[in-house]
Write a protein that binds this ligand. Structure first.
Ligand code: HEM
Length: 534
């Protein structure tokens, strides 16, 4: 099927090979592209210039063993872990760069053992698509070990994020009824519009004499919490008022710590499972506090439920729905509600920081976006689902930001069955990742990859198969981010209001990304929010 020539790798789909036909068909189904282009698949050429071995010839149809997958050779037990502590070595908080470098060094598929983690990393979208297509009913993602260990230790249900198999499916099924139905999600449009209006007022009040906002990250976090609050609790938490409730303030502080410490705990040797290290104790403290706060919200709602039994079924708030659902115990409902609160806040906050930063740095883009918004909402009318569906440039801006700063830099799956990828047989159960950061910054896929060009996502500008790659920042298949619809809606609404009311500028040093579990700006963001007149 694939041949390595002296200097380049060429993919051909032989018309007689059933397997290649089926791969071609499945690829076409998922990415929905014109298959006539696949024989000269551009993805294939992605890493040919970067692979070290340009002389070997791999005979057609010769599959190779898992052991033959290239990758850095590490030490027994710890693998390459110590590389990450070397002075000039890769860093845990720059893992996306390490993955990109490995792809340069070893090609479109490599394997690595970092401490207790063994992983196969795929940087070729066509090859990664085989992982997507092979998924079964219960896709299995790598656990967020510190989070799962904590819950096992405290004998609390693993919740939607970490449960696997049928247990996961039970949670997913319950939550998806509310979070994956467009109608259910769109019902929050009006509420999110009000929250975004309040956010703009909040920002206006927070501007200093240079039109900057000290601690913008926390302000965005408050917006994000207020937004998810109307979905989860059907009430305003009050984060955007003069005084943020102490509980919400506590939640913000603890969640920051929780995400920051999860990154080293995930990649280092899991000594914390045997002995409570200093980092673990701190992480445990943050998690205790998050759960305590989550529990207090849940308990409050449970109390309200008891006093308002037989209430009308017209609009059932999410937490009410979760708590009254017969398939989940109160403890399971707590785990999943907390998971949603945790998953919803850091992700949308950080994504929004990157989007605002990108707009502030690219004035032409910002002007074009302003015009789109002015055309659709000349009198700052309320934002409706119909308006949202027409904000195509805004959506391109968000996609382009995710391409440059994919807050989840790699996907994660334990594969169910043996799978052939790039001619290597990967055994069932292996942990496999899609190298999103490397794909998104690949000049063969996205010309001039370091430039911010939302236009590339607009109709006619890009091959459709590259466009669909942008979805991978939300994961894929049955286990894709369950909050995607809600997240997109809340971000689109907030960004529209910000651009209507402020011109954004940035006059400081460029920001670099680092990982605090999600990809985060490496320093506080000092944006100028210049109020627009009128
Ligand atoms: C910009 C915002 C967000 C991004 C980029 C994002 C990204 C992701 C990704 C990549 C996954 C893993 C998917 C997979 O393995 O295929 C995920 C899972 C998840 N996300 Fe999000 N997310 C965002 C916002 C949200 C929000 C707002 C919520 C909740 C309201 C949420 C709830 C979840 C949950 C519960 C899971 C686990 C789903 C499961 O395992 O079934 N996320 N998210």
């Amino acid at each position: 099927m694939a041949m390595r020539h002296s200097s380049k790798l060429v993919l051909t789909f032989s018309s007689t090979s059933k397997r290649s036909e089926s791969i071609k068909a499945r690829w076409t189904e998922v990415i929905r592209v014109d298959t006539t282009t696949l024989d000269r698949c551009p993805f294939r050429k992605t890493y040919t210039l970067q692979t070290k071995d340009t002389t070997t010839t791999v005979p057609e149809n010769k599959t190779q063993l898992f052991e033959d997958i290239p990758g850095p050779k590490g030490l027994p037990i710890v693998g390459t872990l110590f590389d990450y502590f070397k002075k000039d070595g890769p860093r845990f908080n720059k893992m996306f760069k390490a993955y990109q470098q490995r792809a340069f060094d070893y090609g479109p598929i490599y394997k690595e053992q970092i401490g207790a983690i063994s992983t196969v990393v795929i940087s070729d979208p066509v090859e990664y698509n085989k992982v997507i297509c092979s998924e079964g009913k219960y896709p299995n993602r790598r656990e967020m070990e510190p989070m799962a260990h904590y819950r096992r230790k405290k004998k609390i249900g693993l919740g939607l994020v970490n449960a696997q198999g049928e247990e996961w499916h039970k949670h997913r099924y319950v939550v998806s009824k509310k979070m994956l139905k467009m109608k259910e999600v769109m019902a929050y449009c009006e509420g999110l519009d009000i929250v975004a209006e309040d956010f703009v007022k909040h920002l206006m009040a927070r501007l200093d004499d240079k039109c900057e906002i000290k601690g913008l990250e926390t302000d965005l976090f408050k917006w994000s919490m207020e937004s998810i609050g109307i979905f989860l609790f059907d009430e305003r938490i009050g984060c955007l008022g003069d005084r943020t409730p102490a509980q919400a303030q506590d939640f913000i502080i603890n969640l920051h710590g929780f995400f920051k410490l999860m990154q080293p705990l995930m990649y280092n040797l899991p000594i914390y499972k045997l002995y409570p290290t200093k980092t673990w104790k701190q992480y445990e403290q943050y998690t205790d506090n998050i759960l305590k706060i989550g529990r207090s919200y849940v308990d409050k709602k449970a109390e309200q439920l008891q006093s308002t039994e037989n209430q009308s079924n017209e609009h059932v708030p999410f937490l009410t729905y979760l708590l009254s659902n017969q398939s989940l115990t109160p403890d399971e409902a707590l785990s999943t509600a907390t998971d949603l609160l945790v998953s919803a806040t850091e992700t949308t906050t950080t994504s929004s920081l990157w989007i605002l930063y990108s707009l502030a740095k690219n004035h032409e883009v910002q002007d074009k976006l302003y015009k789109e918004i002015e055309n659709l909402l000349p009198n700052k009318e309320q934002i409706t689902p119909e308006i949202l569906s027409q904000l195509s440039y805004l959506k391109a801006v968000v996609k382009e930001t995710f391409r440059l700063y994919p807050i989840t830099f790699a996907t994660s799956r334990h594969i169910d069955d043996d799978l052939e990828v790039n001619q290597y047989i990967i055994p069932a159960g292996t942990h496999v990742q899609g190298n999103l950061y490397a794909m998104y910054h690949d000049p063969k896929l996205y010309p001039d990859p370091e430039s911010f060009k939302p236009e590339r996502w607009l109709d006619g500008e890009m091959d459709r198969k590259f466009k669909s790659l942008s979805n991978l920042v939300w994961g894929h298949g049955a286990r894709m981010c369950i909050g995607r619809r809600f997240a997109e809606q809340e971000m689109y609404i907030m960004l529209t209001k910000i651009i209507q009311n402020f011109k954004l500028e940035y006059h400081h040093e460029d920001i670099e990304p680092i990982l605090n579990t999600v990809m985060t700006p490496d320093r506080p963001l000092r944006l100028k929010f210049i109020p627009r007149s009128g």
